[in-house]
Ligand binder design. Structure first.
Ligand SMILES: NC(=O)c1ccc[n+]([C@@H]2O[C@H](COP(=O)([O-])OP(=O)(O)OC[C@H]3O[C@@H](n4cnc5c(N)ncnc54)[C@H](O)[C@@H]3O)[C@@H](O)[C@H]2O)c1
Ligand SMILES: [Zn+2]
Length: 389
């Protein structure tokens, strides 16, 4: 069985790590962990939630124990709202009670919520424990498990407290996606379309082809088809290779940069996404679904400004359409959305910038002050109220 590998090498960081992508890998995950970690590592804190651990925990625990790791399991509650200080504190206490030392390690088994929280705890416990990621959602496979951003939410915003802490390794078993709820899959694919749109024609075509060749509505039933599994692994590997490339040249998202290789371009579609999440109190949309609208909006605005041509816009809209339906946005108050844009501005400390598109693979950062507010408003209205999809 072939395992696909993407290496993440960071400019100012001695650690290089591999992301391994394949199927039926949980049973040998202990061997993988042993290779990633020091031979001295004894204790492993496995961090997950009840749902994911119920599905895959036994296989993972058994695999780790076969390599003489002593596993200690911490299960957090499921959901974004539990990615907070309180849970972080109880996880740190758990590490303390279990007497984890500098040579021990933390392994996240789950989606981005588990990965972000476990990674942050690993970053700060004893000033840094080795950390491994075993992502189990499509979004965490192509996005959050790679790049080293970890953190928690707080009263004043999402993801504002955190640390950069690169994992020692990432193991992706695509078959864990068999149990992923459909909305989570759609949300993850919206992020894949985002990455594809700013990457290059090759990744865009590969992502578009995948959605053409394999209907996402039959996703779960497709795992018996070897071609599907292979195409899925290749897509995930290509998506990760792109994310890794951006992260490698701008590990910490340098604030002063605004060139097309800045890590900032990964925020394509995210200014509107964050605003939509905020005005709906984080209840109506999955983050990726909001990104779906964000991409549609950024592309439509680019077209209105005559920097993106119609064919390109249609290509993007078509692929998003195949990914699936987004929750309705027709009754969203556009004034409130516009007000919420200012929030992104505050967090960057800069003036509001839009990441727009000149063509597939050619993002461009444009200052909000250089765009007529009426254009932004009209485009918002078109995308949210007139239902482009
Ligand atoms: N660190 C980064 O660079 C980065 C990047 C993007 C997003 N994020 C963060 O990632 C989080 C979102 O991650 P997510 O989309 O993975 O959400 P999530 O972790 O909440 O997982 C989504 C849901 O799927 C369930 N689940 C996970 N794996 C499953 C499986 N294999 N089968 C069945 N159910 C499964 C989870 O229990 C949860 O209910 C957000 O907190 C976001 O801020 C971080
Ligand atoms: Zn995102």
């Amino acid at each position: 069985m072939e395992i696909k590998k993407v290496t993440v090498k960071l400019e100012n960081n001695p650690h290089e790590y591999a992301v391994e992508i394949g199927h039926d890998l949980l049973g040998t995950s202990g061997v993988w962990a042993r290779e990633c970690l020091s031979p001295k590592t004894r204790k492993i804190a496995l961090v997950s939630n009840r749902k994911v651990f119920g599905l895959y925990g036994k296989a993972v625990t058994r695999a780790f124990e076969s390599q003489n790791f002593q596993t200690r399991v911490f299960l957090m509650k499921d959901g974004e709202r539990h990615k907070n200080f309180r849970v972080l504190e109880s996880l740190l206490e758990f590490f303390g009670e279990n007497k984890l030392t500098r040579t021990d390690a933390v392994v996240a088994v789950g989606g981005g919520v588990v990965g972000d929280l476990a990674g942050f705890a690993a970053a700060i416990f004893l000033r840094g424990l080795a950390f491994l990621q075993m992502p189990t959602t499509f979004l965490s496979m192509i996005d959050s498990s790679v790049g080293g951003k970890t953190g928690v939410n707080s009263g004043f915003g999402k993801n504002l407290i955190g640390a950069f802490h690169q994992p020692r390794g990432v193991l992706i078993d695509v078959k864990t996606l068999k149990t992923l709820p459909r909305r989570e899959l759609v949300a993850g694919f919206c992020e894949a379309v985002k990455q594809a749109a700013i990457a290059d024609r090759k990744l865009f075509n590969q992502t578009a082809e995948f959605t053409k060749n394999f209907s996402l509505s039959k996703f779960k039933r497709s795992f018996s088809d070897e071609k599907f599994v292979d195409a899925l692994e290749n897509l995930i590997a290509a998506q990760i290779a792109f994310k890794a490339k951006i992260v490698m040249q701008d590990e910490r998202e340098a604030v002063e940069r605004s060139d097309e290789k800045s890590r900032k371009i990964l925020n394509f579609g995210h200014t509107l996404a964050h605003a939509l999440e905020k005005v709906t109190d984080y209840k109506r949309f999955k983050h990726g679904e909001a990104v779906g609208y964000g991409i549609l909006f950024a592309a439509a605005l680019s077209k209105k400004l005559e920097i993106l041509d119609e064919n390109e816009l249609n290509l993007l809209n078509d692929v998003l359409c195949r990914v699936g339906k987004l929750p309705d946005a027709q009754n969203i108050n556009l004034e409130k959305v516009s007000e919420a844009f200012a929030f992104d501005k505050k967090t960057t400390g800069n003036s509001l910038q839009w990441i727009l598109l000149k063509e597939i693979g050619k993002p461009i950062i444009v200052e909000n002050k250089d765009i007529a507010p009426s254009l932004v408003y009209e485009t918002l209205e078109k995308v949210l109220h007139q239902k482009l999809l």
